[in-house]
Design a protein around this ligand. Structure first.
Ligand SMILES: N[C@@H](CCC(=O)N[C@@H](CS)C(=O)NCC(=O)O)C(=O)O
Length: 232
């Protein structure tokens, strides 16, 4: 059976949503990254990058959330245009990788510098906040003309966006004003949230408890770069 390695963060939630949309049976394998479980030899054999999400199915392993979305959607031929639909496929790949390489990383760094990094951080916070807004604005403009990312069709690109859009007020630190600035992102978020699969994905997440304390051990696992700062 397909194994789903996950925690409650935005990237694994994209996969929880797709698994629920597809109705695929799976074995849930929680990986508590604040306890360092991403570094066990068993997990590194599935994802040498030591991050969630990842999946394994027999001798097949796939890591990186947007690769998993594409792999499963292609395999099941659902929520993705086929190779023969060149125009739609081109758009799907463009937006999926825009989310993978822009929305995700800049939102993640925006969270890190806004909520975690020590002072002084004016320069990096300004850079990542600016780039996060710039990327979200590109999608906001696109969604002002399109119901879903691919136009009229719900796809894995919307699922990839949903993972992060759920947390946008926290990502940007803008509270309720977020949705005044990004009304079309909110409209898409509401559309996806209304789907039974999204509700099942959130209910799935709620069944698991992960370590919440960011104590010294958690910091060591999550931010290994800090160790270099303590060297003479
Ligand atoms: N590009 C990867 C990023 C994965 C990632 O950063 N996952 C986070 C959770 S959203 C994680 O595992 N963090 C634990 C750590 O950095 O040790 C993807 O899209 O799957």
């Amino acid at each position: 059976m397909l194994k789903f390695f996950f925690n409650a963060a935005p990237n694994p939630m994209k996969i929880a949503l797709l698994l629920e949309e597809l109705g695929l049976p799976f074995e849930a394998v929680p990986v508590d990254t604040r306890k360092g479980e991403q570094f066990t030899p068993e997990f590194l054999a599935v994802n040498p990058n030591a991050k969630v999400p990842a999946i394994s199915d027999g001798d097949v392993t796939v890591f990186d959330s947007n690769a998993i979305l594409l792999f499963l959607a292609d395999r099941e031929q659902k929520f993705v245009p086929g190779i023969g639909q060149a125009k739609e496929r081109g758009l799907l790949l463009s937006w999926l990788l825009f989310i993978a390489s822009g929305i995700g990383p800049f939102s993640g760094q925006s969270v890190h510098f806004r909520h975690v990094a020590p002072e002084p951080k004016e320069y990096p916070l300004n850079r990542y906040d600016f780039e996060a807004h710039r990327h979200w604005t590109v999608l906001e403009k696109h969604l002002s003309q399109n119901t879903y990312i691919l136009g009229d069709t719900y796809s894995i690109a919307d699922m990839a966006l949903w993972g992060w859009a759920r947390l946008l007020p926290y990502v940007l630190g803008t509270g309720d004003a977020t949705w005044t600035q990004y009304p079309h992102i909110k409209r898409l978020l509401d559309l996806v949230n209304a789907r039974p699969a999204a509700q099942r994905a959130e209910a799935f997440k709620a069944k698991y408890t992960f370590k919440t304390e960011m104590d010294a051990d958690a910091k060591k696992f999550m931010f290994p770069q800090n160790e270099r700062l303590t060297r003479p």
